[in-house]
Design a protein around this ligand. Structure first.
Ligand SMILES: [Zn+2]
Length: 287
């Protein structure tokens, strides 16, 4: 979007917090079943063949941004972050529609993960977008994450295996890593419509989220927010030769892959771009 065109009566709130009632989950986050919950891997197990798990431990960084500072908490966990799983879905979902979506996404994703040359058809883009939205929704139920997705959006994915049509944008890029370390990045934020603000002016909960997932040479960036116009118009400004493609909302165009490659610097920019932009808008509004 043209940066100057963002003039809503909205801003980033201070002190937005995790929603207290939705975590940890006691029911399936998709169908609501109270059956026993099972583990869902954020990096599907089939990706092991293509992306070796070579980390002995990993650091998880949770950050909360305020106007004048950022709070960070770092936790160290044993093992490889790509073996990370979250207990939040019932067996029927896990072995049913989720597995079918996984099976449809796998042959599309393998060449992208390996950096192969393909033409990504519109239908394949939709399947990959559904897969990415499913993982982003599951990740929200991890112990350091934030639930920002409305339950109706999870229901929609459950019914259609597609991301919601409004308020969601999903991007993919061919990425060649050098030294930048992150494999999963989460940037929750609150866009607070002033008209709808509570009369006591207290902080409310995160309602928007940008997550970045890197699998081999594939970078997936998922944005969701109740600010539909912002999500729909958002664009990245990348240097020449670098490229990122929006696969959701869907288009009728095929993507010749890879027709551009991003480096560490662009990956870092993509992960933070929307939040940085909103922080700048918020800072301007406060003056
Ligand atoms: Zn379920």
């Amino acid at each position: 979007m043209r940066r100057s065109s963002f003039k809503p009566g909205s801003h980033l709130a201070i002190n937005a917090t995790r929603h207290p009632k939705r975590w940890p989950p006691t029911k399936c986050i998709f169908c609501g079943s109270a059956d026993e919950l099972t583990e869902e891997h954020l990096y599907s197990r089939w990706t092991r063949r293509f992306v070796p798990r070579d980390m002995r431990q990993f650091r998880r960084l949770a950050s909360t941004s305020f106007f004048d500072k950022s709070d960070f908490s770092i936790t160290r966990k044993p093992g490889d972050i790509r073996d990370w799983s979250v207990s939040c879905v019932c067996t029927a979902c896990n072995n049913g529609w989720m597995r079918r979506l996984e099976n449809r996404a796998r042959p599309i994703m393998i060449p992208l993960i390996m950096g192969g040359r393909i033409r990504l058809l519109p239908q394949q883009q939709k399947t990959l977008a559904g897969w990415a939205a499913m993982k982003a929704m599951v990740a929200e139920y991890s112990d350091i994450e934030y639930v920002t997705t409305h339950h109706m959006h999870r229901k929609y994915l459950y019914r259609t295996q597609l991301p919601p049509t409004k308020g969601w944008a999903i991007w993919i890029a061919h990425y060649q890593r050098k030294s930048w370390l992150p494999i999963w990045l989460s940037r929750p934020f609150l866009i607070d419509d002033r008209a709808a603000r509570r009369s006591d002016n207290r902080a409310t909960h995160f309602n928007s989220h940008a997550t970045t997932q890197i699998i081999g040479q594939l970078l997936i960036h998922v944005i969701r927010s109740p600010m539909h116009r912002l999500v729909g118009k958002w664009q990245f400004a990348l240097p020449q030769g670098h490229a990122i493609f929006r696969i959701w909302p869907p288009s009728d165009f095929s993507i010749p892959w890879p027709s551009g490659t991003i480096n560490d610097r662009s990956a870092e920019y993509i992960a933070d771009a929307l939040k940085e932009f909103l922080m700048r808008v918020a800072a301007t509004e406060r003056r």
